[in-house]
Design a protein around this ligand. Sequence first.
Ligand code: ATP
Ligand code: MG
Length: 604
Amino acid sequence: MRYSQMLIPTVKEVPAEAEITSHKLMIRAGLIRKVASGTYTYLPLGWRTLRKIIEIVREEMDWAGAQEIIVPCLQPLELWHQTGRDVDYGETMFRLKDRHERWNVLGPTAEEVFTSHAAAELNSYKQLPVNLYQITPKFRDEFRPRFGVLRSREFIMKDAYSFDATPESLHRSYMAMYNAYRRVFTRCGLEYVIVEAESGEMGGTGSHQFTIPCESGEDTIVYIADGSYAANMEKAAVDQLPKEPARDVPPPEDVHTPNVGTIEAVCALLKTQPRDMIKTLIFSSTAKEAAKEIGAEVAKHNGRPVITSKAHFELDYAVLVRGDHEVNPEKLRIAIGEPVTLANEATITGVTGAKVGFAGPMGLTPKVHKLIIDHAVAAMAVAVTGANKDDQHTKNIVPGRDFPLSGDNIVVADIRNAVEGDKYQGKPLLFKKGIEVGQVFKLGTKYSQKLGANFKDESGQLHPCLMGCYGIGVNRIMASAIELYNDENGIIWPISIAPFEVIVTPVNQDEPDVVKVAEELYRKLTEAGVEVLLDDRDLRGGIKFKDADLIGIPIRVTVGKKSVVEGNVEVKLRAKAESEKVAIDKAAEKVMEMIESLKEKVSV
Ligand code: ATP
Ligand code: MG
């Protein structure tokens, strides 16, 4: 392609909202433009890279035996109701009514649609295993779209769904995808780590995440230095803390703490520290709001339509963690057995009898469905907590003495995030940031049971298919590569996903000899199947070099007046400072050798 004919709008300035390197460089290099919050247009260079990533993903999926199909992004809400995910997906799912008053969603993922096809088309064990995938836009009404295409509201996901007859066969399907993912990320030139993950609300029995370690990642990788363990924050388990030695503690004593509702403020006032406090949080089952509308065909759940035909119970939970710890929503969901959300103000006041900020565990058990206590709280010798009275806290609270640690509706479990200083299996846990680019799940029968995706075994008995699902964030691969590979001048693409492999830069567009050599090289390389961008713009060399560095083409061939007179051109890797002089008639050959050696680094 000729630069002069392409739309490559490089810019110097980026909007203030572009906080991280990849977001800034994608705008500066003219790869993307924002349309609205969390939605982007891919301009020619950006789309070329995205297409290459898509093609790598497609090749590896096909190679692993998965079959590509396309299902609609526009899906009936009714289908999501059949698995209960019309409620569980919450605010993140876009919902819209059509002209016939029917509710639809814009698919954030597609388990329901794929499983409904499996229900209709797969009947016998003889047809299994089957793995179907698609590479299509997904829609998520993210609370805070940010970091450019890393967390956007519309993005391209590769999602695959496997259907198997036995656990062994499911494991084979799972591992085929796991290995395909390793090949995909290696071929895209990414350095990644694989971490154990929670299968979460997907409902399942095992999961791994593929994560790119880098500072701007929103995920936290928790690991042990010797490599024996790596998990994401949702999953990372911690060893129980040793029980603090018992001491003589006087009876509980209320203290006046007017309008001091935060941990920090209470600590300052009472001269204590967060680790000596108990935080009491009230959660409600996610389905609770919907329950208020039982019977209505379409009800509102947090202001959004859901279908509620089945009864939900109104359940509230009290949750205790130490003042310096954070509740881990995934661990909490597992301890409780259903999705929960922080209770609203009215519920908190109803349960505790006090305004928000003054909840404590004393006397709460009869008022909630369950009291969930973190291990670290159970290990405390004495604590300060809210008093369940306005503007009051209570000192000298002894877990087990002043509130129960066991009983019918009491669960003591690991429900908090791991923190610096924690151990697992006796070894210190370490932390680093990362970007999740893909995840694989063993789903089991959650979806197949609810949607009737059954198969007959050899004796004619019906069983629900064992499912797996497998997602890759195509746009995130692109942004992650830029996060990993850049310098002060711009992007340094891995060759496999670079928009072009080579840029040929004639320095003086008004010198016929220079132009001739550049055009000739462009023709030769293009004919040999190399992806070449010829910078034929009538601009100063300095500007062309700056743009070439910014857009990150891995190899640059500079054709200058002086070197042409000497019979040479200059060949340079984007990743290196030095260039090399090569005889004009050897240049094409040299460039192709360089391409080969760059490709070797990203081959599997
Ligand atoms: P996250 O925890 O970052 O919100 P997720 O775990 O909800 O992601 P999955 O449901 O596992 O995401 O989706 C599969 C893949 O799709 C993710 O691994 C990620 O690469 C990509 N993805 C998810 N949400 C977004 C988004 N808002 N923008 C861009 N890519 C996304
Ligand atoms: Mg995920």
